[in-house]
Ligand binder design. Structure first.
Ligand code: PDD
Length: 283
């Protein structure tokens, strides 16, 4: 199934969807993005993604020249027009095209793109038996709460994971676990959950937030507290969260077995609740 693309509010053919060579997203990584998941035609917390996008724009002084309502409407149109049931919607907004100068152009209009496409869910085995991860130093800047399109360190980390036969690369800053290349990280120890606080060193994942809500509902104690690599290896359970990752158990890190080497009870109960939400949430 062909992806449906909207460029600056207009539907364009996938093959004709092009942006300027002087786009600041291309030249400087001067832009933001979101990835939103659609289940059975229902958007999974689109409003939360748009809110984060808007907050990121304020952080980098990016003024939208379109409304979030319009963007939302186009996301919905793209999925409906594609006839997609299980889909991902990629949103990117840049400061637009202008002759190359570091400072912001005095006059430019945003380049904004919506790409909706059908997604094939990850193999069931990933969720039932868990995946492997590696650890890598977190070499990113210190404003990781901004979902900027500058993703080179994330891409290198993910490539390292792939070459090591792992699904994900977990970042640590001086031995403190932050998050992963495209997901947030949780550990479970003695029935308690730990995850890095939502500060400038991690992306405030929408799925992370959903999991915190689920954990609260299930009565688990959650500590938004930084933890070390030693704690990661010593955890009873490890799992990662993200829009495309969903809630995925990690059973081996750097070749070391976590807990019993199988997805733990806590992780499994969170996955079960998460699945239920994917059947109902539409906002
Ligand atoms: N990545 N941390 C990082 C560094 C991420 O890139 C992502 C998401 C997350 C999880 O955030 P959320 O739950 O809001 O998806 C955490 C997206 C999916 C991507 O880059 O494709």
């Amino acid at each position: 199934m062909q992806a449906v693309v909207y460029l600056n509010g207009e539907r364009v053919d996938y093959k004709d969807a092009k942006v300027s060579v002087e786009d600041r997203g291309f030249q400087f990584g001067d832009g933001l993005y979101e990835v939103v998941r659609v289940y059975g035609g229902r958007f999974f917390y689109l409003d939360r993604h748009l809110k984060r996008l808007n907050k990121g724009a304020q952080e980098i002084y990016l003024e939208f020249d379109f409304s979030l309502d319009n963007l939302k409407e186009i996301c919905k149109k793209a999925v409906a027009e594609g006839g997609f049931k299980d889909a991902s919607v990629y949103i990117q907004v840049t400061r637009g095209a202008a002759p190359r100068q570091h400072h912001f152009p005095e006059k430019s209009s945003c380049t904004w793109v919506v790409i909706a496409r059908e997604v094939k869910p990850h193999p069931k085995d990933f969720y039932e038996n868990g995946v492997k991860a590696i650890t890598v130093p977190d070499e990113r800047w210190t404003r990781c709460n901004i979902k900027s399109v500058q993703l080179i360190p994330n891409c290198i980390a993910k490539e390292k994971a792939k070459r090591a036969g792992a699904y994900e690369a977990i970042f640590h800053r001086g031995g403190i676990v932050t998050e992963a290349s495209s997901s947030n990280v949780f550990i479970v120890k003695n029935g308690k959950l730990f995850t890095h606080p939502a500060n400038n060193l991690i992306l405030h994942g929408i799925t992370r937030g959903v999991v915190l809500e689920i954990a609260g509902k299930l009565g688990f104690e959650v500590n938004e507290e930084a933890f070390s690599l030693d704690k990661l290896f010593d955890a009873d359970e490890v799992f990662i969260t993200g829009t495309m990752t969903e809630v995925m158990p990690v059973v081996k890190v750097d070749g070391k077995i976590i807990g019993d080497g199988v997805p733990g009870e806590t992780t499994r109960s969170i996955i079960e609740e998460f699945r239920k939400l994917t059947l109902t949430v539409d906002q």
